[in-house]
Design a protein around this ligand. Structure first.
Ligand code: FAD
Length: 373
């Protein structure tokens, strides 16, 4: 390949890589440019939780395409993707009520209500302080530290050209200007994540794009806790749009504010997933255009204490902490725009980019949009 290709993808996060994967399958010549020398952005910092079920009704067709994309890529590339679903223990009657409403709304293929003993057994904590719960069987788990790097290696071995350590400074009409010269393509798909404003400042400004930072920890996994665990809690019910459409969600939000003011105060979505290295525990949410890099130890401890109580872990052994970051907008979860007829911008502006990635890739390449978004 010279400096020209059928498709030029900006960004080697999961959105860019999924787009490159789909275009490669279509037989296009593909080049991916990234300012880093490997994927190190949001796509490796997260829970590896593909939470299709919890997303809102409008986005479900994209979530379904994303799910097939993940399973297909995992099979072909050879990275881990567990079809173990998500478990949601309910610790109060209102949490259980939201789950009942959600089960009624989505049906048994997507939501299965569990007894207290069933949910306790599934998450490996017989003493779990819950009154019941639910299993969301369609959700998937991947290891975020494995999936994007494996996909990049696999694509590279099959002729996709990766131009690392190279910053794109401007894009229009099929030409990308970079710190190492110009590249041209029939189509350019820009997936710059939280750096959208550097490349397309008007798009970012129109959607009020900012950076969300999240306190995360990796702890050792006790043998009783399943390695493919994905656990959501009441704060997750209050956060994800699918649960958020249920009639009892307002009452649950008020209950959480009274019962868990510290979690609500740091805008927590208390959740846990397992990866081979241990358990990922998070997260809090803070918003800024230029966030400071510091991890608040009180927030980290709060999340660890609450997660440990649910899992029956006495003293968590912390292996790593980090401040994750992703692109956020208060007005939309998803930006897919076409500034000109050869350029597409694709950025997920909430914490659901792993979930939707392969579905967004299909939209970016086909030119389709999501009704209502
Ligand atoms: C702590 C945390 C927890 C999360 N949990 C979940 C979860 O459970 N489920 C879920 O679905 N999602 C989750 N997310 C969100 C998800 O990780 C993101 O939405 C997704 O990874 C975004 O992918 P991306 O490809 O857009 O961004 P990134 O992975 O950040 O990739 C963007 C890439 O673009 C490159 N780039 C940017 N600008 C330029 C430029 N000008 N020139 C060259 N290269 C450029 C960057 O170097 C980077 O490699 C979480 C995120 C975090 C941080």
């Amino acid at each position: 390949m010279d400096n020209s290709s059928d498709l030029l993808v900006i960004g080697s996060g999961i959105i860019g890589l999924a787009t490159a994967y789909r275009a490669h399958q279509q037989g296009q010549t593909v080049r991916v440019i990234d300012s880093n020398d490997r994927p190190v952005g949001a796509s490796i910092q997260n829970f590896g939780h593909a939470c299709f079920t919890g997303q809102d009704d409008l986005i479900q067709p994209v979530a379904e395409r994303a799910r097939s994309g993940w399973l297909e890529a995992a099979r072909e590339v050879g990275f881990w993707a567990a079809e173990s679903g998500t478990h949601v223990p309910a610790v109060t009657e209102l949490e259980l009520q939201v789950l009942r409403e959600f089960a009624e709304h989505r049906g048994p293929e997507q939501v299965r209500l569990l007894s207290r003993d069933e949910v306790a057994g599934r998450i490996g904590h017989p003493g779990l302080p819950s009154i019941g719960g639910a299993h969301l069987p369609l959700d998937l788990r991947v290891n975020p530290r494995e999936a994007a790097p494996a996909l990049a290696r696999w694509l590279s071995a099959r002729g996709v050209d990766f131009v690392w350590d190279t910053r794109v400074t401007a894009v229009s009409g099929g030409t990308a200007q970079t710190s190492r010269g110009d590249y041209t393509a029939r189509q350019v798909v820009a997936c710059p994540g939280d750096q959208l404003g550097q490349l397309f400042p008007e798009v970012a400004a129109r959607h009020g794009v900012r950076v969300c930072t999240l306190v995360m920890s990796l702890i050792e996994r006790p043998a009783a806790v399943p390695a493919d665990l994905a656990l959501l809690t009441g704060t997750s019910l209050a956060r994800y749009d699918g649960f958020g459409a249920m009639p009892s969600i307002g009452a649950l939000r008020r209950e959480l504010a009274a019962r868990e003011p510290e979690l609500v105060g740091c805008i927590a979505n208390l959740m846990v997933t397992g990866i081979p290295d241990g358990l990922l525990i998070g997260d809090s949410h803070a918003y800024a255009h230029s966030p400071e890099p510091f991890i608040d130890e009180d927030v980290a401890r709060l999340l660890l204490d609450r997660a440990s109580a649910i899992l029956g872990i006495g003293t968590p052994v912390v292996r790593q902490r980090w401040l994750g970051r992703y692109a956020d907008s208060a007005s939309t979860n998803l930006i897919i725009e076409r500034p000109d007829d050869r350029t597409t911008v694709a950025v997920v502006t909430s914490g659901i980019g792993m979930t939707l990635s392969f579905g967004i890739a299909d939209l970016a390449l086909s030119g389709e949009s999501v009704p209502g978004y």
